[in-house]
Design a protein around this ligand. Structure first.
Ligand code: CLR
Length: 385
């Protein structure tokens, strides 16, 4: 009953934080939370979760086009969920409140070419501050793979839990021709009362492309398998587009551990192994700028890690004030902020075309298209590989 994980001195501020989220819908990121729940990592680093098991990403290119490849895309997608949704609990003891990125904040990183899998490159830019929107591109040139996406969240509060509806989508392009639309699951954050929040996934997400539609349903404890972190995916050929031997493939299991075929195949589908490879940030040069995530938040992160919350909050205020001043200057000078790596486009024909096949909602979404301007540090990495 007690908020056991909350340090006694922070109980008051934790309960006012909970009250403010209960009476508030929209952008949680701007609410002030007590120190014990702060993470030293900015949301601009989160797209790295898509590639902490780079061999599964590379395997998409090696799979045969058709159902084989649809399953390779699904296997890679499932392989990312443990890191995306449970890794803060594992490394920091609970889900935490990430640093709220500033407009124009960037993050660059890579995973090396090993065993012929190719070099994987990551570029992230915070393309909106209010509401927070993060755009990213992940590319493995050797394998002809490119993922471009953007993420935003709409949060609400329901019977003691935070419900996070994910907005945005990603498109994976294989060999510049084949495209897969990827949507994101809904999150439910429980354990708030006790001060130890954790995520469960809910509802449905899709992977649509390459002649197939995969529908992934998520359930927690007490639903179809009775286990936390359960999912069930169904892959069916798109009518009129399916390859030879159209059949339905059903996979069931947990996304953080083990899943197996329950129809259209046999045995294990995926076993989430412990070895993950964290991204290597691109070495900082002035070309990356002062808004490179780890440079920008260096002292805030240090304060949070070392328990020096005075340092953390002083530095955080400095960064926020600087941002406010920039926005004021822009208004005064009649300028608007220009995105560095992306162009904002009001609608996405790929989302519309592929989404229609599974009647996804909403039927249309905006998109951030990548300008193709990788910082020069990546060229050096590629030639070293
Ligand atoms: C961002 C996109 C990633 C998956 C992902 C994982 C965790 C989510 C995060 C997204 C968005 C921000 C988020 C976070 C968990 C907690 C945090 C919802 C969807 C909110 C803003 C903080 C809530 C504060 C409590 C933990 C106290 O691919």
């Amino acid at each position: 009953e007690e908020a056991a994980a909350v340090p006694p001195a922070q109980r008051g501020s934790w309960s006012s934080f909970l009250k403010s989220i209960a009476s508030f819908s929209g952008d949680l990121s701007s609410l002030t939370a007590p120190p014990f729940i702060l993470s030293p990592v900015s949301l601009t680093e989160f797209p790295a979760y898509w590639c902490e098991r780079p061999e599964y990403f590379a395997a998409i290119a090696d799979a045969k086009p058709g159902q084989d490849r649809a399953l390779a895309v699904l296997r890679w997608f499932i392989s990312t969920l443990k890191d995306q949704y449970t890794s803060r609990n594992e490394t920091m003891g609970s889900e935490k409140k990430p640093l709220n990125p500033v407009l124009g904040e960037v993050f660059y990183g890579s995973w090396p070419d090993r065993n012929g899998r190719g070099l994987t490159e990551l570029l992230v830019e915070q393309v909106s501050h209010h509401p927070p929107i993060t755009a990213y591109v992940i590319e493995n040139k050797k394998k002809g793979l490119k993922l471009v996406g953007h993420n935003a969240q709409k949060t609400s509060f329901s019977s003691g839990a935070i419900i996070v509806k994910q907005i945005g989508h990603a498109v994976l392009t294989v060999n510049e021709t084949e495209q897969y639309l990827i949507t994101f699951p809904r999150l439910r954050i429980d354990g708030l009362w006790y001060g130890s929040p954790y995520i469960e996934l809910a509802e449905t997400s899709y992977i649509i492309g390459g002649g197939n539609i995969t529908t992934i349903e998520y359930k927690g404890k007490g639903y179809f398998s009775g286990k936390s972190h359960s999912f069930k995916s169904t892959t069916v050929p798109i009518p009129g587009q399916g390859g030879a031997g159209p059949k339905e493939i059903v996979i069931e299991g947990t996304w953080h551990e083990h899943s197996k075929f329950s129809k259209g195949g046999a045995g294990t589908f995926h076993e989430v192994h412990e070895q993950k490879e964290e991204v290597t940030p691109l070495e900082w040069t002035s070309e990356l700028g002062e808004s490179e995530t780890r440079r920008l938040w260096f002292l805030v992160a240090k304060g949070i890690r070392e328990g020096d919350f005075e340092l953390a909050s002083r530095e955080k205020s400095r960064i926020e004030n600087e941002q406010r001043q920039r926005r004021k200057d822009e208004v005064a000078e009649g300028r608007t902020w220009e995105l560095r790596h992306f162009d904002h486009v009001a609608s996405d024909p790929i989302y519309e075309q592929l989404g229609r096949l599974a009647k996804i909602v909403p039927p249309t979404e905006d998109v951030y298209t990548f300008k193709g301007n990788w910082p020069s540090g990546f060229a050096a990495l590629a030639s070293a590989n």
